[in-house]
Design a protein around this ligand. Sequence first.
Ligand code: ADP
Length: 483
Amino acid sequence: MKYKLTNLIDIKQFQRLLESFYVISEIPHGLLDPDGNILSGIGWQNICTKFHRVNTKSALNCKKSDLSIKDKLNFQGIYNMYQCKNGLMEAFIPVIVEGEHIATLILGQFLFSTPDIEYFRKQAQIFDFDENTYLKALSQVPIISKEELNTYMNYFFEVSKILSSLILKGLNQKKNEALLKEHNTNLEKIVVARTAQLTQMNTQIEKKERKLKETIAFDQLRTEFFANLSHEIKTPINLISSVIQLLELEMKSNEISLSSVMDRRLNILKQNSNRLLKLTNNLIDVTKIDCGYLKLNLQNCNIINIIENITLSVADYIKNKNMELLFDTTTEEIITAIDPTMIERIMLNLLSNAVKFTNPGGKIIVNITNSKKEIILSIKDTGIGIPKDQLDLIFNPFRQVNKSLTRSHEGSGMGLSIVKSLVNMHQGTIMAKSKHNKGSEFIITFPIKKLPSIENTSECYPLDYSKNTHIEIINIEFSDIYS
Ligand code: ADP
C-alpha cells in the first residue's frame, strides 16, 4: 500500500476501542500490519512479551507464526485460527480494502484447554527460560471455549468491516488530497504561464496603443495638411478660372473671335482648370467629412422641385453628348428637411457618373417615387455597368472599377464616397444595382421629415439656373468627361 495505515485511521482512538474491549473480555488482541508488526494492541501475555518474543530462538518461532497469516488468508467463514509455533492459539480476521490485505485483527495468546505442562517444561529447557516464572506466566494465559471465541470474533468481524470502510475513506481522502495537490501545482503552473502571457500581451497592447496614438496624431496632421493644401491650391485655380472667364467676356464684348486652334486651346485650359477645381473641392469635402466639419444647412424644401431642376439643368449637356435624359415622378411636391446645396452635389455627381460611363445613344433616367415616410430616388443609365463584386466597394473613398490608363474618362474615386456621406447625413441610404454592359442604377432613400421651427418654403432653392455661376458649377462637376 502506498500509504501507512497509521496515517489513514486515528490509531489512538482505535487503541481506546481495543482497551475497552479488553476490560470486558480479558483476551489479548490487536491490529497487525501485513508484515506482522503490531500497530495497536492490548493484554499481551507475559509468556510472550517476557519469554517467547525476547529469546532469539523462540522469537524466530513468533516471527514465523506472525508471517504464516499471509498463507492462511483464503478460508471460509469469518475468521481463521492457528496454533503458534510456541504452543498458544491465535485467531485472526484480515482487513481487506479493494482486494488488498491491509491489516490483520488478531485475538491471540489464549488456550482452549488446560495446557500440557510437560510440553512447556521442555520449552523452558530448549529456550533456557527460568522454569518457575515461565510456568507462572503460562498459568496467566486465558483459557476460553470455542463458543466464547466465536462471540469475540463476531464482534471483531464487525470491527474489521468498520475498519475497512474507515481505511477506504482515508485512502480516498489521501487520493483526493494528492489529486488536489496535483491540480494546484498544475493550476499554479497555468497561472504562472498565463501571467507571463498577459504581461507579454499587455506590453504588446501598450506598444499598439502607442502606435495607434502616433498614427492618430499623424493622421490629424495629414488631414490638416490636406485641408491647408487644398485651400492653397484652390485659390490660384480659382484665379486661373476667373481670368479665363474674364478673357472670354472681354473677347465677346470686343467681338474678338479666336482661330479654331486657339479656341480649342482655350477650351483645354478651361476644362482642366475645372477638373482641378473639382478635385480640390472633393479633397476639401472628403477632409471635412473625415473630421466631422461638414454640417448640413437644413431647410424645409420641395425636394421634387429641386431634383427636377437640377436634372433639367444638365439636359442640354446630356443632349449634346447624344444621350437621352428622362425624368419622371409620381408626385409634384414633397416638403422635407434637406440641404439643397448638398442635394445638388449628390445629383450632379450621380448624373456626371451616368454620363461618364454611358456611351452616346444611351439613356439616363431619373425617377422619383414615394411612400408616406420615404422618397425613393433612382438615377439609372444604360452604360457599361459595374461588376457585381465591386458594387459595395465603389462607395469607399478612392475606389475605381477601371484603373487602366486607357479608360475614356478621368476621376479620383472620391465622388461616390462623398455622395454616400451626404446621403447618410440626411439619414438616407444609397445602394447600387448593376448589370454588366446593361447599365447601373443608384437608388437613394430619404426619410420625409420636417423641421418644426422653420416655416415650409417650397421655393427655398438658392441657385438660379439661368445664372452663369450655375453653369460653372455644372462645368466643374462634369469636367472629367472628355468632350
Ligand atoms: P470617379 O471620380 O472615379 O468617378 P466615383 O466615386 O464617382 O469616382 O465613382 C467610383 C467608381 O464607381 C468609378 O470610377 C466607376 O468605376 C464606378 N461608377 C460610378 N458610377 C458609375 C456608373 N454610373 N456606371 C458605371 N460605373 C460607375
